[in-house]
Design a protein around this ligand. Structure first.
Ligand SMILES: CC(C)C[C@H](NC(=O)C[C@H](O)[C@H](CC1CCCCC1)NC(=O)CC[C@H](O)[C@H](Cc1ccccc1)NC(=O)OC(C)(C)C)C(=O)O
Length: 331
């Protein structure tokens, strides 16, 4: 089988996250979920939440689904890199994404969510697409939607075609030749950390020379920006008039009117260029003349992250075969 579903930016002004419609249970309950290759829990706003923690999100009510089954004695609790988190109990039920159905998928029902989830009314939960070793359900950890679907997929892959300020696509089980140009460059994935960790071959700032350098990082659809080693990031902002690393704003900012260079990264012999517009990420507050960069230092993060700012400059194949690999193509 295969599946194909839209990845829609949740904010019209800047691409902070993308959501995809997912139907749960019988009769179908449709929620808008953030597909996140940087984590491995499928969790949803649910009827088990205090109403004070729900502000406009769609919820999944297992007691309204004839196919829902409580996973007795199991619970989950997750905290993300940005400090947000949630926890709750677990049901299994049918989950459908773009025509692809997984029966008895673990659906982690939130009983508590942190304030940043309550205030983000466009995200009704997450679909983790990382490796199932990262799943937080206890006492028995659960498989991701992709791992459960894999044996029924024409090919054990999913692809991300994220776009700048417009809807893109997540495809499951096939590689759509119409979505990319040229060849797909595949590199090995180290799945031990549980992320899609892969080697980049180097970088260039604007029209400058390409610096060959092996950079280990994760391909993370659930992270908005790109986080790379400080040496690379300072080399980039040296080319930006008025750029400073702001403690108060928590990263590199610059006058919105500044001309930004592009940023090119290597995957094997292939080169991918992130347009300046993607790197002029957003005003620090609505209407401000100071803008926040789409490229930031990873020194505070602990790992290098190729988030949406980089992913939307390419067509990316997450190959869950044995061994796993990741493929990058121009588009
Ligand atoms: C629990 C582990 C097993 C896995 C866990 N994984 C991660 O933390 C990475 C993962 O991709 C998580 C997934 C996100 C969690 C928060 C909700 C949205 C998804 N990424 C993250 O935790 C990284 C945080 C994101 O980049 C946020 C996302 C966001 C979206 C909407 C509104 C506000 C903020 N963007 C964000 O902060 O954008 C700014 C900087 C422009 C404001 C970890 O490594 O700890």
């Amino acid at each position: 089988g295969t599946g194909s579903a839209a990845a829609v930016p949740i904010n019209a002004d800047f691409d902070i996250a993308y959501v995809t419609p997912v139907t749960l249970g019988t009769p179908p309950q449709t929620l808008q979920l953030d597909f996140d290759s940087g984590s491995s829990d499928l969790w949803v706003f649910s009827s088990h939440l205090p109403t004070s923690q729900i502000r406009g999100q769609q919820i999944y009510a297992p007691n309204k689904s004839s196919t829902a089954k409580l996973l007795d004695g199991h619970s989950w609790s997750i905290t993300y890199g940005d400090g947000s988190g949630s926890r709750g109990n677990v049901y299994t039920d049918n989950v459908t994404v773009g025509g692809l159905t997984v029966g008895s998928q673990a659906i982690e029902c939130a009983q508590q969510v942190s304030s940043s989830f309550t205030t983000e009314d466009h995200i009704d939960g997450l679909v983790g697409l990382g490796f199932s070793t990262l799943n937080t359900v206890s006492p028995k950890s659960q498989l991701t939607f992709f791992d459960n679907a894999k044996s029924n997929l024409d090919s054990p892959v999913f692809t991300a075609d994220l776009k700048y300020k417009q809807a893109g696509t997540y495809d499951f089980g096939f590689i759509d030749e119409a979505k990319y140009t040229g060849e797909i460059t595949y590199v090995p994935v180290n799945s031990d950390p549980g992320y899609w960790t892969f080697p980049s071959s180097g970088y260039a700032v604007g029209s400058g020379n390409f610096t060959a350098s092996s950079i280990s990082g994760i391909a993370d659809t659930g992270t908005s920006l790109v986080y790379l080693p400080t040496a690379i990031v300072t080399a980039y902002y040296r080319q930006v008039q008025g750029a400073t690393n702001s403690r108060s704003y928590g990263g590199y900012v610059f006058p919105c009117a500044s001309t930004l260079p592009t940023f090119t990264f290597g995957v094997g012999a292939a080169r991918f260029t992130i347009p300046a517009a993607y790197l002029n990420y957003a005003p620090v507050t609505p209407g401000s003349a100071t803008c926040f960069g789409g490229l930031q230092s990873s020194s505070g993060v602990g790992i290098n992250i190729w988030g949406d700012v980089a992913l939307k400059a390419a067509f990316v194949v997450f190959n869950g075969g044995n061994p796993p690999t990741i493929g990058w193509a121009a588009k």
